[in-house]
Design a protein around this ligand. Sequence first.
Ligand SMILES: [Zn+2]
Length: 115
Amino acid sequence: MDEHKEILEQLLAKQAELTRRLENIKQNITGGRSADSQEQAQELENAEVVDALGNEAQHELKLIARAINQIRNSTYGDCVDCGKNIPPARLKAYPFAERCIDCATRAESRDRHSS
Ligand SMILES: [Zn+2]
């Protein structure tokens, strides 16, 4: 687990930041509604944007939670295809990488062929 200490710290910081941001977004959505209909329309539009941001943050939070779990279970950084360790440099650039570079390249060309 010490091995990924730096990434874990980054993930925890990011998790805290996103959680705070989500709280703000929720407060914006549930915040006061004005009586003016034009303003209401504007607020509705804002709420949609805010909703999209919220979904993005939630998606990222899920990835972060999974990575944190994996670090704690010592399965973080294992390639899901070949089981080898993903190089630390790759994990630093892509903390949510599930595959080593070889398998990722293979998976990408597989996706391209199937689509
Ligand atoms: Zn692999």
